[in-house]
Design a protein around this ligand. Sequence first.
Ligand code: C2O
Length: 488
Amino acid sequence: MKKLFLFSCVAAIAVLLAGFVINRTTVSHAPSPAGIPCAATPATITATAFIPPAPTVVMVRKNIYSLSAAEITALKTGISAMKALPLTNPTSWQYQAAIHGTTLANNLASWNSCQHGTLYFLSWHRMYLYFFERILRAKSGSPALTLPYWNYQTNPALPPDYRNSAAGNTLYDGSRNASINAGGALGAGIMTAINNSLTNIPFYDFQGDLEGPHGSVHVSIGGNMGAVNKAALDPCFWLHHANIDRLWEVWMRKCGGRSNPTDATWLNHQFTFFDETGKAVVMTGSQVVHTASQLNYRYDFPLMLPCNFVIKWWEWKWKWWELLRIPVKINLREKLQRISFKQSKPDNLERFIRETKTQRFNFSDKSIPDKLFITLEGVQVNKMPEGSIEVYVNLPAGTAADPRSKFFAGVVDLFTATGHAHQHENTPANVRINISSAARTLGLTPAALRNAEISFVVRGNTLKGREVQTTADIEIGSVVMGVEKAEK
Ligand code: C2O
């Protein structure tokens, strides 16, 4: 599933050289080393295996909007203490941020190790937050400190404490987009895309669809947050990712066959972090499946009951069909830009319909999770919008682009697309958008896809009820429509 979502670095180059021929390749849904991480070989260090904390009272991560003044002060104290440490100290603010990504050349242990567009997006960030929280707690001197989360679906403006530009406020970051520091709201399309991601049942589909709107939160905030190699320098990174981690729990609570991966690749993959004493610790996916029992934290909703049935989605096989391709270069500069698949050539649509005898995608039947994707190949971002880029399917001319409408399909993940750009300047990336739910609501048939039209809308953040004027400059090499068909 994820393997075509985004080709970063090495994979992207290899694919471009190979002319990107992915027709009818049989792919297995279960893990493969997708989206190869771009870290250069890290310095060798000695690390010990993670030992779960002794079971004690489970700590609660709270909504940032519900924190007391004393709790905010504790956050600030911890951040100041971390910022006062030298870069080379693994518990320093800068070192911790560099673990995610950095423009600095010294390649210290675990630097540039963030996972985007891979199988480990959620698990890696969970581990990263877990150790950061331990460090921040120790430095703050407040044993009760936990990482707060920002639920932008209920409070779309960045919390006031993070926007106060008073000298010495360690929660403030002046590099953010002006609309965000002025209290502007993130786009409604991001929120709809998050809700749509939660409806997925297979874990990797959920994860893939959550990563897109996650990236749009980064880009809408902008400044440090808008770039992978600087994002974790902004204190609001940790609010955002605590919320992404919480959404993983929200997804689990919906049961209905949802379950965390049980494949060996995901469970056993190792990543190295640092604890509050600066000691290197190796962690695996299997150690971050249950936050309460393994990591001693939960979110401020009641403890979860286990779901009563699970489906082993990773045992399914998926076959990728490229149906239609628009092989022309597209520049996204306009506020609204339409692309029609009528200009597609050559196409596999006829053969797909003939060979699969499919007249209608079975999107409404959740037990057959066929997916319809738009892939933007060779995406180069010359200018990020102060907001997000929304995608619509068959938006009628003259109809306002509304993310609550049935034409809304999702948001473009420009954050992940520009990934580790510092190591591979101008490496074009591939970005995938799952348009299945829009196709389902619109009742599209395979034959209708030939006339399908995709619209891209550059959406500004909202300030005082008004959309902020913004522009974008994005080059797209080609646009592909494809299906991932489930086969037993
Ligand atoms: Cu690794 Cu939200 O970024």
